[in-house]
Design a protein around this ligand. Structure first.
Ligand SMILES: Cc1cc2nc3c(=O)[nH]c(=O)nc-3n(C[C@H](O)[C@H](O)[C@H](O)COP(=O)(O)OP(=O)(O)OC[C@H]3O[C@@H](n4cnc5c(N)ncnc54)[C@H](O)[C@@H]3O)c2cc1C
Length: 391
């Protein structure tokens, strides 16, 4: 139920009954389907298809998609809750669902024609993984310097170029590909295309060997005279830059949720271990030095949760949220790294081994400050908003 303007404002972290039930469902899936396989998937660098199937069967790959298209008809906030819950167990599992919900489905819902929604949303809700292909070797933070070209050939488009770092690329059946249809117009030539895996000329290239989130695939995408029907332009020709900016503005709240969940996971492992590990004849949780570490983590997690939930709820309420989203992602990714590091130390020697999960969370945390806009780029967005407001 949406909060009303009458009566006291609802506390940000208080969930509605529906949100609370949804979170319990995701928590259970994380515990039952994901947790037993986290270490093996990390070591193999592969995500289990059975888990993907469980995500689809439980509606987690189409949380905000209306029921008419086979989705759950939920909120953006619920997508962020799902990302958070999964990240506490496995940040790799959470990013797969994050890209699907906060970038791919989100862009289709916002920019897709009725025909495109009818064609693709039921697939994305039932069995098709989506990927979001913006970055290239030469265009990361400067995303609009992309060099992939789209040339009109009468009844469609021909795409040529190479995308890099594409999350979900190995599993995906649908790619949102950004290419420039009019390089002379600069970023105003950038156009977003819906490219199916089976389209001639599309190839999934090299898979990256990564420090963290190793079970999430990150691959190159090669477009070699890739033919795309005219009806597969998402939004307008030359307006792809808007699709990119606006979906990433929202997507970064999801990454904030991922980093929040990771930090919560680290806190949970640290406090659980501190209560059972004995040194000097008592649990280490009884030493003030350890308590202070736990307290510091808890404060940081709470602050990140307030920022992430506020940004997500602002977005659902149709209120401005861009600076809040950048702050949430920036802060949550900063504290995720710190909390994971503290957790490794609270666990001592075993924290440094693969037998305990905090070593992986420490590695996984690093990506939060890099993808969907580096920490510097978030600070650029935040500073621009603050300086504009005060001018
Ligand atoms: C695991 C992983 C998954 C990814 N998934 C996707 C995906 O699904 N789709 C996709 O399109 N992309 C994806 N990316 C790409 C990601 O978004 C980019 O890596 C990121 O935007 C940074 O770009 P870059 O790597 O080119 O770094 P660069 O832009 O080269 O930045 C290098 C450093 O310079 C700093 N810097 C650059 N410009 C400025 C500036 N103006 N002011 C201050 N500092 C600056 C940056 O903050 C950074 O510290 C993924 C990347 C990784 C590693």
């Amino acid at each position: 139920m949406a909060p009303t303007l009458e009566g006291p404002a609802r506390p940000l972290t208080e969930l509605t009954e529906e949100e609370s039930m949804f979170r319990s469902t995701v928590r259970e899936i994380a515990r039952r389907e994901v947790a037993p396989h986290v270490r093996a998937m990390d070591e193999a660098g592969v995500f289990r298809p059975e888990i993907l199937r469980a995500f689809f069967e439980n509606g987690l790959m189409a949380i905000e998609v209306p029921e008419a298209y086979g989705g759950q008809g939920g909120s953006f906030f619920q997508s962020v809750l799902a990302v958070e819950e999964l990240a506490a167990v496995d940040p790799s599992a959470s990013v797969i669902l994050d890209v699907q919900n906060t970038l791919v489905n989100n862009a289709l819902l916002r920019w897709g024609s009725d025909e495109q929604k009818r064609q693709y949303l039921p697939k994305l809700a039932s069995d098709t993984v989506g990927a979001y292909a913006l970055s290239e070797a030469g265009s990361g933070s400067d995303a609009f310097a992309l060099e992939t070209k789209a040339a009109s050939d009468g009844d469609g488009w021909v795409l040529n170029g190479r995308k890099m770092w594409i999350t979900n690329a190995a599993e995906a059946g649908l790619y949102l590909v950004f290419a420039n249809a009019n390089p002379a117009a600069g970023y105003k030539g950038i156009t977003c295309f819906l490219v199916e895996r089976g389209f001639r000329g599309l190839k999934v290239g090299k898979k990256e060997e990564k420090l963290g989130i190793r079970a999430s695939s990150t691959c190159e995408l090669i477009l070699d005279d890739c033919r795309v029907p005219a009806g597969n332009v998402l939004g307008e020709v030359g307006k792809g830059y808007k699709v990119a900016i606006e979906t990433l503005n929202e997507g970064r709240i999801g990454i904030g949720g991922q980093m929040l969940g990771l930090a919560e996971g680290a806190l949970g492992h640290a406090s659980g271990y501190a209560k059972q590990r004995k040194q000097f004849g008592k649990p280490i949780a009884e030493f003030q030095g350890v308590q202070f570490e736990i307290a510091q983590m808890a404060v940081e997690v709470e602050a990140a949760r307030l920022m992430v939930y506020n940004a997500a709820r602002l977005r659902d309420a149709g209120k401005p949220f861009v600076a809040e989203a950048a702050m949430a992602k920036y802060y949550a990714s900063t504290i995720a790294e710190q909390c994971a590091s503290r957790a490794v130390e609270v666990l001592g020697g075993v924290g440094f081994t693969r037998d305990y999960p905090v070593e992986k969370l420490y590695r996984d945390a690093k990506i939060g400050r890099i993808y969907e806009g580096t920490s510097n780029m978030q600070r650029t967005v935040i500073a621009r908003h603050i300086l504009e407001k005060r001018s």
